[in-house]
Design a protein around this ligand. Structure first.
Ligand SMILES: [Zn+2]
Ligand SMILES: [Zn+2]
Length: 211
């Protein structure tokens, strides 16, 4: 049996660090996702392996979804697609059923009808999101999912060695350019820029940084 909303919310608030509208929305979204897929206890050894969740935003609700479903990036069962949308897809690998749940934009306006007495939008949303019927909070889409084998949980199925720096690139993230196999930083796709200091070795930087 899936735990009660209040129990799940309490757990998620502890992990997330505070109670907020995103926790309430995320817990309800994840509970709905599990129910749609027929998953009673996402933490049970049998069902744990079957659930993959794709989140489309890195905000409060994402922590709640992680808490309720037990899906984690480190287990490769939580996937992040950076769309900036309050939406998530719940996929049962065993049955291949998948539903994408989107938090409805008009729920924020409708919150007025449910949060009477609250003037602060933060508390108004929290009060409303606890009570609003699911169909007013979310819209549901049945979707078809596909992932290459190296995206699935389990040990890495692909390794490649970067021709330039020699690092091993796991899980098919290598880049092929002019007959060369490269890691993303060597292919010019790094999220960082190296700090350049003439004549300093990695050992010098290490020593300086920790002194
Ligand atoms: Zn929050
Ligand atoms: Zn490289």
């Amino acid at each position: 049996m899936l735990k009660s909303f209040e129990e799940l919310l309490e757990e998620s608030v502890i992990k997330h660090g505070h109670l907020c509208p995103g926790q309430i929305l995320g817990v309800r979204m994840a509970m709905l996702g599990c129910r749609l897929l027929g998953i009673d206890d996402p933490y049970s050894p049998d069902e744990r392996k079957n659930l993959i969740v794709f989140v489309e935003i890195d905000r409060c609700a994402t922590d709640a979804i992680e808490s309720v479903t037990g899906c984690k990036m480190g287990k490769r069962t939580l996937k992040f697609r950076d769309y900036g949308l309050m939406a998530a897809t719940f996929w049962n690998l065993e049955s291949d059923l998948a539903y994408r749940i989107v938090a409805r934009e008009d729920a924020r306006h409708k919150a007025q009808d449910y949060g009477s007495g609250e003037t602060d939008p933060f508390y108004l949303q929290m009060k409303a999101y606890r009570q609003m019927p699911e169909e007013e909070l979310f819209s549901i889409q049945r979707v078809q999912m596909e992932l290459p084998p190296w995206e699935l949980p389990g040990p890495p199925r692909r390794h490649a060695r970067c021709h330039r720096c020699g690092e091993v690139v796991r899980d098919g993230r290598e880049v092929y350019r002019d007959q060369e196999v490269l890691c993303r930083p060597c292919a010019g796709e790094a999220y960082f820029r190296p700090w350049i200091a003439e004549g300093k070795s990695s050992a010098d930087i290490y020593k300086e940084a920790l002194s």
